[in-house]
Design a protein around this ligand. Structure first.
Ligand code: ZN
Length: 139
C-alpha cells in the first residue's frame, strides 16, 4: 500500500510517496529523490545487500550509501529514519519490515485508514490525541 509522506529538509517540506512493503526487509530511498534535492549521504562501511523477506537477494545489488531523513506522515507522526539509497522504482520511499515492526500500525482495510497506535513515544512529539492518518491507497 502507498501513503503520502513529507520529507523535511533544508526548511522545506517535500511531498513524497512511500510504499509499505512487507515483502522487503529494509528502509530505502530512491536515488533520484536524493539527487534531485541534494540530500547529503554518507558511505556505508560495509555494503548492504538487500534481501527480500523470503531470503533471496534483491536484484538491485549492493548499496553503498545511506542518509538520515526527517519524515512526517499525516499530522502527528514524525521521525528521523536512516534510509539506504537504491532504485525504488516509482516510489520515493520504501518502508519494509524493519520499519513496520517498529511502528506496527493498525490498518483498517474496510475504511483505508491506518492508525499509529503502537509506536515508540518518539514518533509523536506533539501528542497522541489522534494518531489516525488520512486515507491510504491500496496498490
Ligand atoms: Zn511511529
Amino acid at each position: 500500500m502507498q501513503i503520502d509522506v513529507r520529507i523535511l529538509y533544508n526548511g522545506k517540506e517535500i511531498d513524497a510517496k512511500a510504499i509499505l512493503d512487507s515483502g522487503a526487509e529494509g528502509i530505502y530511498c530512491n536515488t533520484s529523490f536524493i539527487n534531485k534535492y541534494g540530500i547529503p549521504v554518507y558511505n556505508i562501511d560495509h555494503p548492504v545487500y538487500p534481501r527480500n523477506v523470503d531470503g533471496t537477494l534483491n536484484k538491485q545489488g549492493a548499496i553503498h550509501h545511506a542518509a538520515i531523513l526527517r519524515m512526517g506522515i499525516g499530522a502527528r507522526h514524525i521521525e528521523n529514519i536512516e534510509v539506504t539509497i537504491t532504485n525504488t522504482g516509482r516510489h520515493e520511499i520504501l518502508l519494509g519490515t524493519d520499519w513496520l515492526k517498529v511502528h506496527n500500525p493498525s490498518i483498517d482495510w474496510s475504511t483505508n485508514r491506518m492508525c499509529f497506535d503502537h509506536c515508540p513515544p518518539q514518533c509523536h512529539p506533539i501528542g497522541q490525541q489522534d494518531p489516525t492518518i488520512r486515507q491510504f491507497l491500496l496498490i
